[in-house]
Design a protein around this ligand. Structure first.
Ligand code: GAP
Length: 446
């Protein structure tokens, strides 16, 4: 494998070349740290989100789905503590005008003091003392740009769940313990975005809030922590040795959390968080109860006890998880003296499941290949490629992470069999074309 820094460059370039991720507004010079998903990227991210949804909502009786709006009543963010506390300490260099988070490990010395050194231009004593900067994006509702019309783009999807907690509870007839899951966009005006899609200002979250009886929160917290790790390894196929837990220290805990674990991945740029499991206690519901004046407590039908539920949250970034999957899938290897770049996605999340190739564009092969392609794509996302040598076509699909390559050759027109090449083992087997859909289906389930 290439060195880590170089690996990230290679991944960014492959992502563009094969249509996974493009720089936003590229023809205008790009918009910093904003990315668009191309034809393969949108499929990959959608497959990850679908698997998350399936395991959270469809496979469990105790979790309901929700899709709340991005814009919410501004009081929500006062109650949640985001207006007062969702801030990062910001430092400016008066010399080169660059901005940093005050806790940027590259800064030497204490910002605001003469000993502090700018990590970009190297000047001493030019860094301002830290000032707090709120990360929420503000906009205005309606035609007037005045203070009374300020609304925020949500910085987390969780609050849409809390304000709908009663609606969901009453309409679904769930009983505590139960959860609400949501996938949606969130926005943060990050001071230092970067590392490709790792930290951006617009991103998607997959969040689940599990409402429990106070006192049982510790058990549920442990349950969800292990469940999420099991899912990432068992369901998305992320290598177990590349993920680990990091428990938050007192200083790291968010304003709402009593206990929290990050799930970290060893990215080419180091170990970093891509999912968090948080014990948010009754912080959010109690605050919404206080700010809205609405009762949000729960009457336990079994014991007649009233309590404000505690919340155990699992919060994953869809973009960061997609980046984890891309990094984890990337492999370079030597095959018969030639370098091969291959994305080893689990077939279940691969953007394309199969590619169909006529060996040559004559002798009835394209016609048969087209018929087989139509058949296959009725069942799964497939690609037809008749351009260039068969070796080059295989290599393109290896880079796209397509698990199966189906080649229609001279024998196919005689006996109706095709070869199926396995992306990972490179083994080729002959399969009768009328059994092909079944053959692929068996390998794509899970
Ligand atoms: N509701 C809790 C919450 O939002 P968080 O740790 O701030 O917790 C959860 O965010 C996840 O959202 C992170 O683990 C990460 O995957 C994703 N995320 C947060 N900020 C992000 C950013 N600027 N760019 C991309 N993903 C981000």
């Amino acid at each position: 494998m290439p060195p880590a820094d170089n690996l990230m460059d290679k991944l960014v370039s492959l992502a563009k070349r094969r249509g996974f991720v493009f720089q936003s507004s590229e023809i205008y010079g790009g918009l910093g740290s904003v990315w668009d998903y191309g034809p393969l990227g949108v499929e990959l991210k959608k497959n990850i989100k679908e698997r998350w949804w399936r395991s959270m909502v469809h496979e469990r009786e105790d979790i309901e789905g929700l899709d709340a709006a991005i814009l919410m009543h501004p009081k929500v963010w006062e109650a949640s503590g985001h207006v007062a506390g969702f801030t990062d300490p910001l430092v400016d260099c008066k010399h080169c005008k660059n901005r940093f988070r005050a806790d940027d490990p590259r800064i030497k010395g204490t910002p605001g003091q003469p000993d502090a050194q700018c990590p970009v231009c190297g000047s001493r004593g030019t860094l301002t003392a830290p000032r707090m900067f709120n990360l929420m994006f503000k906009t205005f509702m309606g035609p007037l740009e005045e203070a009374a019309a300020v609304v925020y783009l949500r910085p987390e999807t969780a609050q849409g769940i809390y304000v709908n907690y009663l609606n969901v509870l009453q309409s679904s007839r769930q009983k505590i313990p139960f959860g609400i899951a949501q996938i949606g966009k969130a926005f943060r005006n990050e001071i230092t975005p970067g590392n490709f899609t790792f930290r951006t200002r617009e991103f998607e979250q997959m969040e689940m809030q599990f409402f429990v009886k106070p006192g049982t929160d510790g058990e549920w917290f442990d349950f969800w922590r292990h469940e999420r790790m099991k899912w990432l390894v068992g369901n998305l196929g992320i290598r177990a040795e590349k993920v680990r837990f990091h428990q938050h220290t007192k200083l790291e805990l968010a304003h709402y959390a009593k206990d929290a674990y990050d799930i970290e991945y060893e990215f080419p740029f180091g170990w970093n968080e891509f999912e968090g499991i948080h014990n948010r206690t009754d912080f959010d519901l109690a605050r919404h109860q206080e700010y809205s004046g609405k009762k949000l407590d729960y009457l336990d039908p079994a014991t007649n006890e009233r309590f404000v539920p505690y919340v155990v949250e699992t919060s994953a970034g869809a973009d960061r998880t997609t980046l984890v999957v891309l990094c984890d899938a990337y492999h370079e290897e030597d095959v018969a003296g030639e370098k091969r770049v291959v994305l080893r996605f689990r077939p279940t999340i691969a953007p394309l499941k199969a590619a169909v190739f006529p060996l040559v564009n004559k002798d009835g092969m394209p016609e048969l290949a087209r018929r087989i392609y139509d058949d296959v794509r009725n069942h799964c996302n497939a690609f037809y490629d008749d351009g260039g040598s068969i070796g080059r076509r295989y290599r393109r699909q290896d880079e796209a992470g397509t698990p199966f390559g189906i080649t229609i050759d001279g024998q196919s027109t005689q006996d109706g069999t095709v070869t199926v090449r396995d992306r990972d083992t490179l083994a080729q087997v002959r399969v009768a074309s009328d059994r092909l859909v079944q053959f692929l289906g068996d390998r794509l389930r899970g």
